[in-house]
Design a protein around this ligand. Structure first.
Ligand SMILES: C[S@@+](CC[C@H](N)C(=O)[O-])C[C@H]1O[C@@H](n2cnc3c(N)ncnc32)[C@H](O)[C@@H]1O
Length: 790
């Protein structure tokens, strides 16, 4: 292969994720000088971390702790305090005095924004010793406010080193306090994917420095089984305490042994800012060069597909402190000596250019190996990742041309519709079914009456005409549209593209009088094939059932007349999607009272399906189904008796307050049980739909379908992008333990004038072979205030 695919100027250029790679040294105690910073960048890194305070400060804090203990002891002895008096928590504690210029080499500079501040790893916010935890909190506050003052854009705080409830709560509270003092700075918690031995921060903490030797607690910890989801749990506590602040992120330590994919997916959904790779996770290949396992490469590839792909930082891979101390100064780099300039010329490099770092070189190789973006990862589609859109209301609103144009950009939907119509027409012929054009005057007329209702700008009309040509079927074609602007476009299409073969009518399909015969305009007949595309992401959420109800009386009587689509089903799965939850919380905080009551259309991406597929309980479960035409309609019966203009009224109040019940047959309810093996948190329900456009009557033939279900789309309508999923949020994230069951209740509600959804999720835990207890429930959510008007 030529290297053209890597050249942006070339036609065969393939775009792929680009990596931003930084360097972190866990033993660094001083900020890099200008020259050292240039040296690291010249080694090929894009950014570098910096400590906020130095060794001097560390020594000062250690001395403070020691002297405080001594003073307290002396003071207690002088006063002859009893053990109880000594442990009085009201005795004054140590106060870390403010920073001085001796405590730090980090100052505002031209490149301070390019440095990622790393707070001191030696503090212990989780300590059970109140003195140590207090000192640690003070140190963190001093560092964070100072880094914020200096202009740091990101500050990494080493995560808690254990997952104990008390320690993590203390830690989370301290971070919450930091978030209140920073303004423009991202706070990033450095967390391990799980507690793999050796993966944690190596630097000793104040607690380990002062801990009695041979600590039983430490020993117990070492022998404890690893709780794979423990570190994620701690992160979840921290971000919950920080109320899903959108400036709080994770730097994820990648372990040497990758865990099960469930855990990898859990982290994928979190706000990942960095992936941190230590030297230890690399293996040497036969030539002695560092490499990563295939699984590690696959993980990086997966995470790099995110719209905001995480940055990477390599820890302790060099250049180390010694290299940097020997690094030439900025002056030497800018004005090299004659001999260095000569040597550099000979070696075809820039003067003082450091050697390429082997680990970095390998990661750059991994970057070049990234699969190019597919058609489904175009910049436009990628920009839709996790972006919330209010669902369309094509019935009550009139769509714009650009919206129709966007629909028309996806050929898959139209191909499937054409396949369905082709199949229906071919079968009509094969089974010699009667047509609605055959009247008493022309009993042998074989022309099929076809109508596209809700034709938009006409792409489905084109497909029906094409299907007729392909199958050699004579048809009389009708196109109905209630949008007066699209109607103008349809009239022009008829003249220019369809050779005036189509009768275009501007009408709401529910008010249409029915098709008139081409041979005798006085005769109103029936439609043999009715084609509509009124489907939303949840199937029925753009009121397809209500619209089809209003036109189905024109479909030729059973068994001949057909509706394409023939049926559609709505499906649900509970998901964890912290980023969307954070987005919705921010909207709610800025005044959107309905943020958590809106079913959003969203290209869900950074999310985790929390339910597993187990026997009897699928991961994606069907909520309900609509089939067309409806066998019996009470409204039709009523209209036949009293006329269509008459208001349908039942005795009494009907099903909903004030309703007369005409649309009750389109109400639905489901109660679904999902099984979750690992513990986690649910932020809402992902909704999908499938539709059988046409199911052939001839045995052995597959139905023509479309689907947006993640486990079906590739089989039924691969690469179809016309619909993104729908998301029903939960106001309060619902935490559940392992081996839990989530029970989802959802309703499609109607009061004859509008349609809306209501949903609730309950969590149960198994406590015995036959006993479950309820561990939590969401509140009842309702989109009634944003209902679709009929
Ligand atoms: C999702 S768009 C599909 C447009 C077109 N068939 C396509 O596939 O590109 C639905 C169309 O149905 C129209 N529509 C919705 N409800 C209607 C109704 N009750 N009567 C007539 N047209 C309707 C809308 O104006 C819109 O043009």
């Amino acid at each position: 292969m030529s290297s053209d695919h890597l050249n942006p100027e070339s036609d065969s250029f393939e775009s792929r994720p680009s990596f931003c790679i930084g360097q972190h040294d866990s033993n660094r105690f001083e900020t890099l000088t200008d020259g050292q910073y240039s040296y690291v960048l010249n080694s090929g890194f894009n950014f570098v971390t910096t400590p906020i305070t130095n060794q001097h400060f560390f020594n000062r804090v250690v001395d403070l702790y020691k002297s405080h203990l001594q003073e307290r002891e002396q003071w207690a002895q002088e006063r002859g305090l009893t053990a109880a008096q000594r442990s009085n928590p009201s005795l004054p504690g140590p106060v870390v005095s403010t920073l001085t210029n001796k405590d730090t080499s980090y100052f505002p500079s031209s490149y301070v924004g390019a440095l990622v501040a790393y707070s001191s790893p030696w503090i212990d916010l989780c300590s059970s010793d109140p003195l140590i935890s207090s000192i640690s909190r003070q140190v963190l506050n001093l560092e964070i406010t100072y880094a914020n003052f200096c202009g740091a854009r990101s500050i990494i705080i080493p995560g808690p080193r254990e997952d104990s409830g008390r320690g993590v709560a203390q830690y989370a509270r301290a971070v919450q306090e930091c978030m209140e003092v920073t303004t423009q700075t991202n706070i990033i918690i450095h967390m391990p994917m799980y507690r793999e031995p050796g993966l944690e921060e190596k630097v000793e903490t104040l607690s380990s420095l002062f801990r009695e030797a041979n600590d039983a607690e430490a020993e117990e910890k070492a022998t404890k089984e690893i709780d794979l989801f423990g570190a994620w749990d701690s992160w979840h506590t921290i971000r919950s305490v920080c109320t899903y602040n959108t400036m709080l992120f994770v730097a994820l330590r990648i372990p040497r042994r990758l865990p099960e994919t469930d855990l990898q997916e859990r982290w994928f959904a979190e706000p990942l800012h960095y992936l941190s790779l230590t030297k230890d996770i690399f293996q040497d290949n036969r030539a002695g060069h560092p490499t990563l396992s295939r699984n590690h490469q696959a993980l990086i590839t997966r995470y790099m597909r995110l719209k905001n792909s995480p940055w990477l930082f390599l820890t302790d891979v060099g250049p180390d402190t010694q290299n940097l101390n020997e690094a030439p100064g900025k002056m030497a780099i800018d004005f090299p000596s004659l001999s260095e300039a000569k040597q550099a010329l000979k070696e075809n490099r820039k003067p003082h250019m450091p050697p390429q770092n082997a680990y970095l070189g390998y990661i750059k190789y991994v970057e070049r190996q990234q699969p190019p973006y597919s058609a489904m990862e175009s910049p436009a589609l990628t920009s839709f990742q996790d972006w919330l859109q209010s669902p369309l209301q094509p019935l009550s609103d009139n769509l714009e041309s650009a919206t129709y144009e966007m629909f028309e950009g996806d050929p898959v939907k139209y191909d499937q519709y054409e396949a369905a119509v082709t199949e229906a027409m071919a079968e009509w012929k094969l089974l010699n079914k009667p047509t609605s054009s055959a009247t008493a005057e022309a009993p042998n007329c074989r022309e099929l009456i076809c109508a596209v209702a809700g034709a938009g700008r006409g792409p489905l009309v084109t497909r029906v005409l094409r299907a007729a040509e392909r199958t050699g079927t004579a048809i009389q074609m009708w196109a109905l549209e209630k949008n007066q602007n699209a109607y103008v476009y349809l009239l022009r299409q008829n003249e220019r593209e369809w050779g005036n073969r189509v009768t275009v009518v501007k009408t709401d399909m529910r008010e249409w009088e029915g098709p008139r015969l081409a041979a005798n305009k006085d005769v109103i007949t029936k439609v043999d094939i009715l084609v509509t595309e009124l489907l939303g992401s949840f199937g029925d959420n753009e009121l397809s059932p209500e619209c089809l109800d209003g036109i189905q009386r024109h479909i030729a009587p059973r068994p001949h007349g057909i509706s394409i689509p023939q049926s559609y089903t709505a499906h649900l799965s509970p998901i964890s999607t912290p980023r969307i939850h954070a987005d919705l919380s921010a909207r709610a905080a800025s005044g959107d009272a309905n943020a958590f009551e809106t079913p959003w259309v969203v290209r869900l991406f950074a999310m985790d399906f929390v339910a597993q597929k187990v026997p009897g309980h699928a991961r994606f479960q069907q909520a309900w189904e609509f089939v067309h035409p409806v066998e019996v309609s009470r409204a039709d019966d009523f209209a036949a008796e009293h006329g269509r203009a008459k208001k349908y009224c039942t005795v009494g109040g009907g099903a909903m307050t004030g309703s007369s019940g005409t649309n009750d047959h389109n109400a639905r309810h489901c109660h679904l049980t999902f099984v979750c093996r690992t513990r986690g948190v649910v932020h809402g329900l992902a909704g999908f739909f499938e539709s059988v456009l046409y199911a052939p009557q001839v045995q052995g033939k597959e139905p023509v379908e479309i689907s947006i279900l993640p486990d079906q789309i590739d089989r039924k309508s691969k690469d179809m992008i016309s619909w993104f999923p729908i998301f029903f949020p939960l106001k309060q994230p619902l935490y559940f333990p392992q081996d839990a069951e989530l029970e989802v209740s959802m309703w499609r509600q109607t009061d004859d004038t509008k349609v809306w959804y209501e949903w609730i999720v309950e969590a149960y835990a198994w406590v015995g072979p036959n006993a479950r207890i309820k561990v939590g429930a969401s509140e009842m959510h309702s989109s009634r205030k944003l209902a679709c008007l009929m």
